[in-house]
Design a protein around this ligand. Structure first.
Ligand code: ZN
Length: 465
């Protein structure tokens, strides 16, 4: 077996690993580089392998940093089969389409600027047509824990990673004529104790492990305390006669918040009269996908869904897809919870809601996800007194809440538990983490347990066995 690393090496994004095993070339994830200084160049650059030679692509989950370069892979000649869970296939379609749309818009904007100088047009990394070609490559959708034989020598299995709906860790086993070996790719591992998603299934004993280290240096805050903080913020704001704005990521965090809001209303912790707007076409579509995939949720949620109940529809929930409906929300003075994208307030409808509510001391903004440096969300979280929105200077008078306990990633203790089940692998490769923080912290912990650890560089390649 030979294993090469073509992304998420010594950083968090661009997951892409190539395994040569049993006469096959198997790619695990083909994600987009995001947020880093040269991300655009990295995405448009060489993949590090020849796409037409790849037999299979196994996809761990539908986040952009894991599936975002799939349309590019297909555009550059990949004709193999993409294997992933049914929920990941549905969500990845949404994510890739949205990504293509953004790239087409960005390229058109850049081209308009160049037109004056007579420079050549800017091409998007890929188009919505390329996404359609990529969707044609999606094949088998295994259930969790089901063995799939890629050929006589190679068997794969997706096990639940508990990170987002459909997420998986992937086990690859090789047999005769090579000596049998087992390698697990963690994908992103979720935090157990999540009330919506089922807990991650730990791996069996393995010869090799490729593991994420996103929160390798951190411990999470208590989830119950975070839900309480959320309901408190809503109750206080509604009592003052204002609105609550929740900037959300369309997939997963939105559905999780809807689930907790419904639960809180049923428990009497929030009023039944609460009006909740989900003002994001993409989040509305993602919620529909969640409704169709009961497996992957905690047993009680799954059983309730199979019995016809609906976990993502608190009373008073209104979906708004149309722009006119979204604009109409601006007239509401109080009593509403408004969830809209983007989560980091870099674009999308949430910016309009911020414009109409941020200056009012009776309103509040509740951040429930990560806010990267340089984003509007981060400036507000860091205490900016004024922000620019649509050319206007807007005062920040609303109450600002940052709730950190909602996390889709396992913390250090949870990662160590997960890998303890892999036995004593010959080598553990650490990926998908901050090279200054999560990765060295995890390396130190694993070396204390006398495990062999590598933090590969981009395009590094290792002969296994
Ligand atoms: Zn992820």
């Amino acid at each position: 077996m030979r294993l090469s690393f073509h992304g998420a090496t010594q950083n968090v994004t661009g997951s892409c690993f190539l395994l040569n095993a049993g006469g096959l070339k198997i790619l695990i994830d083909c994600g987009m580089f995001q947020g880093m200084k040269h991300a655009d160049e990295e995405n448009a650059g060489a993949l590090g392998f020849t796409p037409s030679e790849i037999d299979f692509l196994l996809l761990t989950h539908a986040h952009l940093d894991h599936c975002g370069r799939i349309p590019l892979l297909v555009k550059r000649g990949f004709t193999g089969e993409i294997i992933t869970t049914a929920a990941t296939r549905d969500l990845a379609k949404l994510i890739m389409m949205d990504s293509a749309k953004i790239q087409e818009e960005d390229a058109a904007r850049a081209s308009r600027r160049r037109r004056r100088g007579g420079e050549p047009e800017v091409q998007p990394l890929y188009s919505q047509i390329d996404v359609l070609s990529a969707l044609d490559r999606f094949g088998r959708c295994p259930a969790y824990d089901q063995d799939i034989h890629l050929n006589d020598a190679v068997t794969i299995r997706f096990i639940n990673a508990g990170h987002i709906l459909g997420s998986a860790s992937i086990i690859v086993e090789t047999g005769a004529p090579e000596p049998s070996q087992r390698i697990v790719f963690s994908g992103d591992i979720g935090s157990p104790g999540h009330k919506l998603l089922a807990n991650a299934t730990p791996p069996p004993p393995c010869d090799y492990v490729v593991m994420e280290t996103t929160y390798g240096d951190r411990m999470h805050r208590d989830l119950d305390a975070s839900v309480e903080e959320l309901t408190d913020a809503i109750n206080k704001t509604i009592a003052k006669g204002g609105n609550v704005i929740i900037p959300t990521f369309a997939m997963e965090r939105t559905q999780e918040i809807l689930f907790y809001l419904k639960h809180a209303i049923n428990q009497g912790a929030l009023p039944r009269s609460l009006t909740i707007f989900l003002d994001s076409p993409m989040a509305v579509s993602a919620t529909e996908i969640f409704r169709r995939h009961a497996d992957g949720f905690q047993n009680d949620v799954r059983d309730a869904m199979l019995a016809g109940q609906e976990p993502f529809n608190p009373p008073g929930l209104r979906f708004t897809r149309e722009t006119a409906e979204s604009i109409a929300i601006n007239r509401i003075r109080g009593g509403a919870v408004i969830m809209a994208g983007s989560g980091m307030c870099t674009g999308g409808r949430v910016r309009h809601h911020l414009k109409h509510n941020l200056w009012r001391p009776d309103c509040s903004v509740v951040f429930v996800g990560f806010a990267a440096e340089g984003t509007l969300a981060r400036r507000i979280v860091d205490g900016a007194k004024h922000v620019r929105l649509f050319g206007e200077d807007i005062a920040v008078n609303a109450q600002i809440h940052t709730i950190n306990g909602f996390s889709a990633h396992a913390d250090q203790r949870e990662l160590l538990y997960w890998i303890s089940k892999a036995g004593k692998p010959e080598m553990t490769f650490l990926v998908h983490g901050d090279f200054e923080k999560g990765m060295p912290a995890m390396r130190q912990e694993l070396e204390k347990k006398e495990l062999n650890v590598q933090c590969p560089k981009l395009h590094a390649s290792f002969e296994l066995g």
